[in-house]
Ligand binder design. Structure first.
Ligand code: LUZ
Ligand code: MOS
Length: 766
């Protein structure tokens, strides 16, 4: 089975790490994690675990032959805690046994005592004591301080957004096979094979060429396996390397939910100034990012928050500051959108508050301020296209938003206990890793003598369809049927120094690398064809599996061409590298052109709230999305709808709760994600005549942007709530759970009532 096929995948036939056949002598690793959020380990006795039948070894930090350090951007995270623990769920001991159950039982038998230390969980508290992961950063444009005085309205407020559990279907997993000598082969469910290779080498004191990482596919990732697949692979590798036996680790769902990082919660302040027409003149915001106990990818995520601080809008005067705050929670990490959703939520909150205070329609303010072609972002880059306005207008037209508004207002007049709400949500998302050096990819293409083709790239298939897209690119570039092509596993021996498959750029960059490799092969084949047909190679091309001369088909088919090339000793393989051109960013001035291009789109979202019960539905979502020229329409529709629903989940029902640093929502009974029953009716359209000169085959990346349409669900709910309680000031505290809805609708009355009862009780007592 090739790795781009969708049907066997849907039938459940594709193999994940946990499905790989057990090699002889396989052992299983389990982890003892810290039960407390912060403390010193004062006693650790692993003998009760070691004495259990079937236990092969018990490993602590002292057993690590190389560096006990898995940090990427900042080296601040041990693989196994030594001396101190900094979050509940932090791995301390790895136990290896002949079954997963035994390994877990033995881990539970370990005796450990702590001296508990006070924990910090609130990012603002951490910031107040200067506990930052990296120094704060500020992006600015124009002169905000000067601009406030020319505004007709200035409003301030606070916005909170919660974390989000990735809930990939396949939990963190790795299988490590010792090879000859000290070498290891690692099967890992990772978005970043090279990170697994590099960090494992560091932990084991080996060279990167001692370690092969192979990734067939992941059962979802959403950013949760960009950095956070690494420790599990490293733990299994540590055990496999010391025991010279194959070792597997697969986290249970509860372990995964407790031990691994999630989307960062943000607490933010905003201030926005507008003129009487609703034109935004100035915007200021401060983001307190809850980074958790270690840096992980937090500084990069913080940076993307700043890049997306003004969303789809042009604001002439901006000052935004972001602080990455160290707390005693699991290290928060990459999650689809990578800090942009959090910043966009703040911007939309500011616009909403301004609309309320000014008595204007929120949609009018949005429309008035959309980016036009040539407008400058706070980081100095100019918008290359006018698609923010085009997609917004197209959404308003297609879904007749003005009529919807009237209908909903009439409905709300006629109904006392249910109210409907409406919101629009424009999205503008920059494509490229914000760390410029990561914007490179490579591919290796082999044409075999029977005419079949094998393609390897640095892209990891995680259900997002990157391999189907690469297949399309290769099929076009070689002029042959897709049925001849297989897309192989991602393997560090075939493609080295890969960037994580992340930042929505997997197909863009790896597709381009594959295209370059194919073109190199085709150029050689054209020379061969020119020789056979006695024409000039400039006249020759390959299409529909045959050589054409000046566009006319010849009798020389693909198989004959390949075979002739082989007998002429012409190479049928090519390796290629692609680096996104022109992008740059200067972190001193915080200016540059960090993105290859932007993806745009707009959504309109309708909701209904039951104002007695506090329950609600997200009824319908209409989207006009700019996909460039799609590489695969079906894949893009899947990303559009899946991203939207994941965003709605983050904004509405997915509530991550910690109590004194312990995750209270570590199962699917306490952490609710959208299911098919609460998925709205979705009508997605792609922007007509969309184009993009800056990505492979004029396509556009699609992985992350659609998630941010889901932000509109929060504001559509708020719109319904205001119809019931126009007297109350709205709030910006996501997720908008039914509890929060109920408290907004009736909470103040409840407090008054409680007070009355208390007074009455006091009177009785007297
Ligand atoms: N990962 C990363 C990302 O390392 N850098 C990025 O800019 C990024 N953006 C989105 C998602 N993952
Ligand atoms: Mo990512 S959030 O791993 O693209």
């Amino acid at each position: 089975m090739s790795n781009h096929e969708i049907a066997p995948h849907a039938r459940g036939e594709s193999l994940f790490v946990g499905d790989l056949p057990d090699p002889p002598g396989l052992l299983h690793a389990a982890v003892l994690a810290s039960p407390i959020p912060h403390g010193r380990i004062v006693r650790l006795d692993t003998t009760p675990a070691a004495e259990i039948d079937g236990v092969a070894c018990v490993l602590t930090a002292a057993d690590i032959p190389g560096e006990n350090q898995i940090g990427g951007i900042v080296q601040d995270e041990p693989l196994l805690a030594a001396g101190e623990v900094h979050f509940a769920g932090q791995p301390i001991v790895a136990v290896v046994a002949d079954s997963p159950r035994r390994a877990r039982r033995a881990a539970a038998a370990i005796e450990i005592e702590f001296e508990e230390l006070p924990g910090v969980f609130d990012p603002r508290h951490a910031a107040a004591t200067g506990s930052l992961i990296v120094p704060s950063r500020t992006f600015s444009l124009g002169d905000v301080d000067d601009a406030w005085s020319s505004c007709d309205a200035v409003v301030e407020g606070r916005a909170e957004s919660g974390g989000q559990e990735h809930l990939y279907l396949e939990t963190q997993s790795a299988l490590v096979l010792p090879q000859e000598g000290k070498r290891l082969k690692i099967f890992s469910s990772t978005q970043a094979p090279t990170a697994v290779q590099r960090i494992t080498a560091r932990v084991l004191g080996l060279a990167m060429n001692d370690i092969e990482v192979d990734v067939a596919r992941l059962g979802g990732a959403f950013g949760g396996k960009e950095d956070q697949a690494t420790p599990w692979a490293a733990i299994a590798a540590l055990a496999a390397s010391l025991l010279r036996r194959p070792v597997r680790i697969t986290l249970s769902r509860a372990e995964d939910m407790r031990m691994t990082g999630k989307r960062h919660p943000y607490s933010s302040d905003f201030k926005i100034g507008l003129n009487a027409d609703g034109k935004i003149l100035a915007y200021e915001a401060t983001y307190y990012q809850n980074a958790g106990a270690a840096a992980d990818l937090s500084p990069a995520i913080l940076e993307r928050s700043l890049f997306h601080s003004t969303g789809s809008y042009f604001v002439p005067n901006v000052r935004v500051t972001a602080l990455s705050c160290r707390t005693n929670l699991p290290p928060f990490t990459a999650f689809r959108g990578f800090g942009a959703p959090q910043a966009m939520f703040v911007m939309e909150s500011a616009i909403t508050r301004a609309a309320e205070v000014m008595g204007m329609d929120r949609i009018d303010i949005q429309r008035r301020n959309l980016l036009a072609e040539g407008d400058t972002f706070p980081y100095g880059m100019k918008a290359q296209q006018g698609n923010a306005r085009r997609s917004f207008a197209e959404t308003e037209r297609r879904f007749d938003v003005a009529r919807l508004r009237r209908e909903i207002d009439v409905y709300n007049c006629n109904n006392r206990l249910t109210k409907r709400g409406l919101a629009m949500m424009p999205v503008c998302f920059g494509i490229s890793f914000t760390s410029t050096f990561l914007n490179q990819a490579a591919a290796l293409v082999h044409v075999y003598t029977d005419g079949s083709v094998s393609v390897s790239t640095g892209a990891v298939e995680m259900g997002q369809g990157v391999n189907a897209k690469i297949l399309n690119v290769v099929s076009h570039a070689l002029g042959i049927d897709a049925g001849r092509i297989t897309v192989e596993t991602t393997n560090t021996l075939r493609v080295a120094n890969t960037s994580p498959t992340a930042a929505s750029s997997g197909a863009d960059m790896n597709g381009r690398a594959a295209q370059i490799a194919c073109r190199a092969i085709i150029d050689r084949l054209r020379e061969v064809a020119a020789e056979i047909l006695e024409v000039d190679s400039s006249q020759v091309s390959v299409s529909a599996e045959a050589v054409t001369v000046d566009g006319k088909p010849t009798k020389v088919g693909w198989n004959r061409l390949v075979s002739e090339a082989y007998f002429k000793r012409v190479s049928l393989s090519a390796q290629a590298h692609y680096a996104t051109p022109k992008i740059h960013f200067d972190r001193e001035t915080e200016k540059g052109e960090p993105f290859a291009y932007h993806v745009y789109g707009s959504a309109v979202i309708e909701t209904t709230v039951d104002c007695l019960r506090g329950t609600y539905t997200v009824d319908r979502v209409g989207i006009v999305h700019d996909a460039g020229r799609s590489l695969n329409q079906l894949v893009d529709v899947g990303q559009l709808e899946g991203g939207l629903v994941q965003g709605i989940g983050w904004m509405t029902m997915e509530e991550l709760l910690f109590e004194n640093g312990r995750n209270l929502t570590d199962s699917l009974s306490t952490y609710k994600i959208p299911d098919i029953l609460c998925t709205p009716e979705i009508e997605g359209h792609f922007l007509d005549d969309a184009d993009n000169p800056n990505a492979v085959m004029r396509s556009k990346a699609i992985g992350e942007p659609p998630l941010m349409y889901g932000i509109g669900a929060y504001f559509a709910l708020l719109d319904a709530l205001r119809a019931f309680r126009p007297d109350r000031e709205t709030f910006f505290h996501a997720p908008m759970t039914p509890e929060r809805v109920l408290m907004f609708l009736h909470g103040d009355r409840h407090a008054a009532l409680t007070e009355e009862i208390a007074e009455a009780a006091a009177v009785v007592q007297r």
